[in-house]
Design a protein around this ligand. Sequence first.
Ligand code: SF4
Length: 342
Amino acid sequence: MIKPFVPQLVYIEPGALEYPLGKQLKEKFEKMDIEIRETTSHNQVRNLPGDNHFQKYRVAKSTLVVGVRKTLKFDTSKPSAEYAIPFATGCMGHCHYCYLQTTMGSKPYIRTYVNVDEILDAADNYMKERAPEFTRFEAACTSDIVGVDHLTHTLKRAIEHFGESEYGKLRFVTKFHHVDHLLDAKHNGKTRFRFSVNADYVIKNFEPGTSPLEKRIEAAGKVARAGYPLGFIVAPIYLHEGWEEGYYHMFERLDAELPDYAKKDLTFEFIQHRFTKPAKRVIEKNYPMTKLELDENQRRYKWGKYGIGKYIYQKDEEQGIKDHLYQYMEKFFPNAKLEYFT
Ligand code: SF4
């Protein structure tokens, strides 16, 4: 049972106190007796406690920076959405293969932005440009937004905002089960709530600091019963002893938990485990004891953008994964839509 995230250290940028959410968070953390430091910019969050990289990394992962989002130009987020909507960056989880380790580099702390109205206004402008086409926004490109939302309720506001919009849709993915405050949000079917799921073995060994499979599945049941369109990202699909049963059991549990009506509009995304050379170096630095198999010689090399190729499973292994997972999906969820396998 993992408890909702509580930061050990909070930084507040002065500009953040000009927004209601900034003030609210300051009061909340004062009451919780959490150490608060003021800073002029998040780039100053440098002198985090800790004697070495390993310790500093861990402190950063439990540090929350309350700030103002200056850039209101959104990144694109193809193919699953048109834009990435920036409510937060960083994550308190410790997944050994997390892509944020390479993308966030020296700034692994969590930031939440309090100028939510400005961010939502910017989203409205993007929607206007594309109307009458729908515009989809992905809220989990640079963080696990659900993991921090019990403190800020930003995601809840966004869900309701898109619920009222004519041409906007929201989506995000999470490894956390702290969803109760989102269940009564007026989503109007405009938000697709996705859970990242995996075989028990993979979650237990490589995803410390996130919710166990059982809890994620329970949360998915609650979200389905609250009428949200639902989806699952099975990632990273990782070969380990007994993986066939591990993934079978996961599908079986999902099937038992979800109400029938939710099974009619379900999406799946399958992503096999992969790594790049730079990612391998960061993983070995941040999680030196990891059991994660990162042997280039066992893998197939796939050329990638910017000359950084990735190591994926051999052809026959990849086929084995596809054969099994497609079969499970077909058996338990014949009406689900497979968005992609990669
Ligand atoms: Fe990274 Fe997601 Fe794990 Fe957080 S929950 S550490 S964002 S993989």
